[in-house]
Design a protein around this ligand. Structure first.
Ligand code: ADP
Ligand code: MG
Length: 701
């Protein structure tokens, strides 16, 4: 027997377990909720809770928790024990339907962006039956949504579920207009997020305050060897990393997570894990668990898993590729072009909806991946630029072009493409030569949104994506439903969309400077940093689209705007404070010590033999002294910028504050770092207070 099958999903209260343990009628009711979104009866919840508890206790669990995803971007849990005292001084293990369905964590410590202040509402958690309960660390974890008592979503899951409903409803409207979809009642968006990460040895990590406090190195001169040879990419995986991956896979499999491929990435010490895709909300839950497990398993192996988007300057950062598609309850992938004219027409319509959505809501997609960490990657020639565009490949683009112009496609086709009548010409769906520089690439039967940061929840990107595509589908459905000539209207709609939105399609090199200029000419957004991107979330069209589908209310959007700005400022502030501490307590004293050593040597040499040459020592002493003075003054500068930033923050405008951190504090940090890194290159290893980039990047052997 292989080792995967017996353990796969062993800690998950999945369909198989439910089927085996629930009375037939309860199981049926529950499946109706899971698959059809029907409301769950309280009596059903009681039966499910009891079965869940018995199953969990048999597996050694003693506690349960409502597991949720507050706006901090990580997951939260508050453990309660199953223990209930009895009148005779003993205990029984109990878990009621009410405890399963609803919980009340102390919400005050989670960010609400002003929602709670406005509504004085406590938060509560509500069971999401569409994501299976699981056991982690002896605790039964129940995936839940987290809302205020006035109904505002305080988490990432609630809007995600709302957005999935929105796209399902609109897609079904469109699908009902095509033949062959008689049994389609719902669609689900599917996601396979590829996760990048770094592994470093715990012993070197522990010596770096910057890694401990901020997850990235704030100082560090380039190592003699970086990623230039590209010998790490798809290279041999080191035995220690192999052991880690094996363990990680096992833990993930137990949780029913479909971890599949793993390989080294471009940078030394960088690796990637790709799961098999699943429904978006499951994929999102699973990605959170994957990140948690990566950290835990690394610790077991004496390593630290760095999930930050840019742990090392000058070395590729980490992202997450959000492979996204839409499929029907009948199992059809709607982004698969299909083989018949009818299937092709349907595919083209969905493709057009996505093209239009991405063009009209570029700003939202950009915001969905905006964070202090990700700002280091986007547009830095290692990840897609901050400009949103779509890659379709030359062939599919040429097909759209010929549809638009009404001319024959390719050499062999004599007749022009007629939507719904002619079959789409074959185009290359091979993924080997795909463009890696595009932020949003069509890869044969799905889109790969490549801008996500490694450390972020994938929820936001998918909420935004689902919602904006739902909007375009609803517009299309509005027009097609009332069309007297369906085929002609469909044809015109596709033509019009290509014409009006083809500016978003770009198949060239996204890393090239000329693209920035070209994109500007096309009128595309180039929102370079988080503070610059965030204000657009409150643009009228954006508020409108979220309100239309009930995904976010204006209050909820405003709260997210506040939280994101605050979070950005907090991160930069922590980084600045850490830099200051390292400069003052470690770097400057080390510089002094080195200068002292050099001066001593010069004096000793001179005393020992008057005409002895001290050119080297004198030159170094001069250099070290000059750099020390620069570091000192840059430290001062950074310190005063941080003070200024705090004053700005006190004035209460979160966006203004974020801008100040970006333009002043962050800029001062970069200046300080430049001098310190230069000093590192001329300081003897034993005097430099931290492990070097070389020590870190090649620490795992
Ligand atoms: P590649 O390795 O060439 O990037 P894969 O086909 O292996 O392409 O897919 C990469 C990721 O995309 C995997 O996580 C995979 O599960 C996911 N994926 C494949 N098909 C879909 C789909 N229909 N919807 C969402 N994700 C998908
Ligand atoms: Mg990929």
């Amino acid at each position: 027997m292989d080792e995967v099958t017996p353990i796969f999903g062993e800690n998950v209260f999945n369909e198989t377990v439910m089927k085996a343990r629930l009375p037939k009628e309860t199981y049926k009711q529950l499946m109706k909720t899971i698959e059809g979104g029907e409301k769950l009866d309280a009596s059903v919840a009681t039966v499910v809770a009891n079965a869940m508890k018995d199953w969990a206790i048999e597996k050694g669990a003693t506690h349960f928790t409502h597991w949720f995803q507050p706006l901090t971007g990580i997951t939260a849990e508050k453990h309660d024990s199953f223990i209930t005292p009895t009148s005779d001084g003993k205990v029984i293990m109990e878990f009621s339907g009410k405890e399963l369905v609803q919980g009340e964590p102390d919400a005050s410590s989670f960010p609400s962006g002003g929602i709670r202040a406005t509504f004085e509402a406590r938060g509560y958690t509500a069971w999401d039956p569409t994501s299976y309960a699981f056991i982690k660390d002896g605790t039964l974890c129940i995936p839940t949504a987290f809302c205020s008592y006035t109904g505002e979503a305080l988490d990432k899951k609630t809007p995600l579920l709302r957005s999935m409903q929105a796209i399902s409803k609109q897609a079904v409207r469109v699908l009902k207009l095509f033949e062959g979809n008689e049994n389609v009642t719902s669609v689900k968006t599917t996601v396979g997020p590829e996760q990048e990460y770094f592994l470093v040895d715990k012993s070197v990590y522990d010596k770096r305050e910057d890694l401990i406090y901020t997850g990235r190195t704030l100082y560090g001169a380039k190592a003699p060897k970086g990623q230039e040879l590209e010998d790490h990419y798809f290279g041999m995986i080191k035995p220690r990393v192999q052991a880690f991956m094996k363990d990680l896979n096992k833990e993930l499999w137990k949780l029913g997570i479909l971890a599949k491929t793993e390989h080294n990435e471009v940078a030394p010490a960088q690796h990637e894990l790709a799961p098999i895709f699943s429904t978006t909300n499951l994929a999102c839950d699973h990605n959170q668990l994957t990140m948690e497990m990566m950290r835990k398993v690394a610790a077991k192996h004496g390593m630290v898993c760095l999930l930050h988007e840019k742990p090392f300057a000058g070395v590729n950062g980490s992202g997450k590729h959000n492979n996204w598609s839409i499929s029907t309850n009948t199992g059809k992938n709607l982004l698969d072009p299909g083989a018949t004219p009818d299937q092709n027409a349907q595919f083209l319509l969905f493709l057009c909806a996505i093209i239009k959505a991405v063009d009209e809501y570029q700003d939202l997609l950009r915001i969905s991946v905006a964070s202090a960490g990700n700002d280091h990657r986007l547009g830095a020639n290692e990840a897609p630029p901050a400009i949103i565009s779509i890659f379709l490949g030359d062939e599919l683009s040429a097909i759209l072009d010929s549809i638009e112009k009404g001319v024959p496609y390719g050499k062999h086709e004599k007749e022009k493409m007629q939507i719904g009548v002619t079959v789409l010409p074959d185009f290359n769906k091979d993924t080997t030569d795909r463009n890696r520089t595009s932020p949003f690439a069509f890869t044969g039967n799905k889109f790969e949104f490549r801008m996500l940061g490694s450390n972020e929840s994938i929820a936001c990107a998918n909420v935004f994506l689902n919602t904006v595509v739902a909007e375009e589908l609803s517009q299309f459905a509005d027009q097609l439903e009332k069309a007297s000539d369906f085929k002609a209207t469909l044809h015109d709609l596709i033509l019009k969309t290509i014409k009006e939105h083809k500016r978003i399609i770009f198949n060239g090199n996204g890393y090239d400077d000329s693209w920035v200029k070209e994109a500007e000419k096309r009128g595309l957004y180039n929102l370079k940093s988080t503070p610059e991107a965030l204000p657009h979330i409150l643009d009228e069209k954006n508020v409108k689209v979220f309100e239309k589908f009930g995904v976010y209310s204006k209050v909820e959007l405003t709260s997210r705007f506040e939280i994101h700005n605050e979070n950005y400022s907090k991160i930069i502030n922590i980084e600045a404070e850490t830099m200051l501490e390292m400069a003052k307590k470690d770097i400057l004293p080390a510089a002094s010590k080195y200068a002292n050593k050099l001066a001593e040597t010069i004096n000793l040499k001179k005393a020992a033999c008057g005409e002895c040459d001290t050119t080297y020592e004198s030159a170094m002493l001069k250099k070290v002294s000059a750099l020390t003075s620069s570091i000192y003054s840059k430290t001062d500068k950074l310190e005063s910028e941080v003070l200024e930033a705090k004053k700005t923050a006190d004035a209460g405008d979160s966006s203004k504050t974020a801008f100040f951190y970006r333009e002043h504090v962050f800029a001062a940090m970069n200046e300080l770092r430049l001098c310190a890194d230069e000093l590192e290159t001329i300081t003897p290893k034993e005097l430099w207070p931290f492990p070097s980039y070389g020590d870190l990047l090649f620490s795992v052997r």
